[in-house]
Design a protein around this ligand. Structure first.
Ligand SMILES: Nc1ncnc2c1ncn2[C@@H]1O[C@H](COP(=O)(O)OP(=O)(O)OP(=O)(O)O)[C@@H](O)[C@H]1O
Length: 255
């Protein structure tokens, strides 16, 4: 579980995060949404420990980040998996090499232990015959699976995903969403996803945090987002005619 208490972050005069408090439960898929520039990436980077908030606290399973020693921060970092926008695979390494990379960097496991773990996670993301291929030889959806395998190879407690669906066709995007959601439940991970994909919001948003101008404007579940009368949320989420109709149908069905 991650608990966030009143965090602020500025860059010079630019006050980007203006006192955000929330919590993210383990085993749940949490989504952060909001317009471009609302502070989603800065917030995610604070959660990852890449930016230190100017004010406020972030607590990881009872451990306050601000109170951790450098060594404990490094250990905490190893409990975090990250799926970057665009996958960010190493082009010169095979699929297997990419997934093994964190194990090579951060563990003393034997070659066969590492190989077993890599085989296991690649199988878990449904990539069976791609071990020896290079990123350029596989599709964008497969690259995303490799990125997810690499993110979970160290058995993380926390999984962060930045726009995991960007550049994917709608069908592949749904498969990737479902995979992240399944892995989250299966391994009891606290997962936090930055997204613009409204389909993800409706399908896998067990908790949705809506940021606006650096404030938490709204939070709730994908069921609640259909019913909310928060104008900022409805203007943002139901900006397309299609989603307006979906919401209308959902509300009519329940009346
Ligand atoms: N390192 C930085 N230095 C200065 N300003 C920054 C830095 N990182 C982000 N900002 C500013 O913080 C604001 C919020 O940016 P952020 O990237 O968090 O938005 P976002 O909601 O993730 O947008 P998008 O959906 O387009 O990715 C922007 O005005 C941005 O210019």
């Amino acid at each position: 579980m991650i608990e966030v208490d009143n965090i602020h972050k500025s860059f010079g005069e630019h006050h980007v995060l203006k006192g955000i408090s929330t919590s993210f439960e383990k085993g749940k898929t949490n989504l952060i949404i909001g317009q471009s520039g609302s502070g989603k990436t800065v917030f995610l980077k604070c959660l990852l420990g890449l930016f230190e908030p100017d004010e406020g606290n972030i607590c990881y399973n009872g451990r306050f980040y601000s109170e951790l020693s450098t060594k404990d921060r490094r250990n905490l970092r190893q409990e975090m998996g990250m799926v970057f926008q665009g996958s960010a695979l190493f082009d010169s390494m095979t699929v297997e090499g990419n997934v093994m990379f964190p194990l090579d960097m951060f563990t003393n496991q034997s070659r066969s232990e590492k190989q077993d773990r890599v085989d296991f996670v690649l199988k878990r993301v449904n990539l069976i015959d791609a071990h020896k291929k290079y990123p350029s030889e596989i599709s964008g959806g497969m690259q995303k699976r490799v990125a997810i395998a690499r993110a979970i190879v160290m058995n993380p407690k926390y999984l962060f995903c930045d726009e995991p669906n960007s550049g994917l066709d709608p069908k592949t995007a749904i498969l990737i969403d479902n995979l992240i959601h399944e892995i989250t439940t299966e391994y009891d991970i606290t997962t936090i996803i930055n997204t613009h994909d409204m389909n993800s919001v409706m399908e896998i948003g067990e908790k949705i945090l809506f940021l606006k101008n650096g404030y938490k404007e709204w939070e709730g579940t994908n069921k609640e987002i259909f019913k909310t009368d928060n104008q900022a949320v409805t203007d943002f989420v139901y900006s397309s005619e299609l989603f307006k109709k979906v919401r209308q149908m959902y509300l009519e069905e329940r009346n």
